[in-house]
Design a protein around this ligand. Structure first.
Ligand SMILES: [Mg+2]
Ligand SMILES: [Zn+2]
Length: 167
């Protein structure tokens, strides 16, 4: 196991980073999913710079009964396929279906369980990895395990925020 090279990784929040997300409602269907400006170009640039991509998302609407785990899985499959069509491979999509209004769990950001899981499974080089998120919860989860966070403005092209990573 030790001879497997460690891979720099970009952890991506979904809503506000990939999906132009209104705070008013949950995005549950592909028809409501609006890609953030520049996101395909930005993800391709990160892959070209040697990063692998992992999505880590809180989807508490499942616990609250707003949508089902099947709908979430279907949307995730569509996200994965759409990105493949854009020549972007996502290694994994981790979603926490729980919500702290309903009960406790170990995976809702700012908890770091999914990031830790991905670190082991995908041989992540922690020191050269970054979480891109639009919420302090995203950054907190990453920093808990020593991954640097980049806080971006929700629903805006984050091209300028990744310039340093592409050098
Ligand atoms: Mg977000
Ligand atoms: Zn959870």
């Amino acid at each position: 196991m030790n001879n497997i090279p460690k891979i720099p990784t970009i952890f991506l929040d979904r809503d506000g980073v990939l999906n132009n997300n209104s705070e008013l409602y949950y995005t549950t269907k592909k028809e409501d999913f609006v890609w953030v400006d520049g996101v395909f170009e930005n993800l391709r640039a990160l892959i070209s710079a040697g990063y692998q991509l992992v999505i880590i998302s809180n989807q508490g609407g499942v616990a609250k009964g707003n949508f089902s785990i099947e709908e979430l899985n279907e949307l995730n499959a569509w996200i994965y396929k759409t990105l493949i069509g854009q020549k972007i491979e996502i290694k994994a999509i981790y979603c926490c279906p729980h919500h702290n209004h309903v009960g406790n769990c170990f995976c809702r950001k700012p908890k770091s369980l999914f990031i830790e899981r991905a670190i082991h499974r995908y041989h992540v080089d922690v020191n050269r990895s970054v979480m891109i998120g639009d919420s302090q919860r995203d950054i907190g989860a990453a920093e808990m395990v020593g991954v640097k966070g980049i806080l971006v403005e929700a629903n805006k092209n984050w091209k300028n925020s990744i310039e340093q990573l592409l050098k």
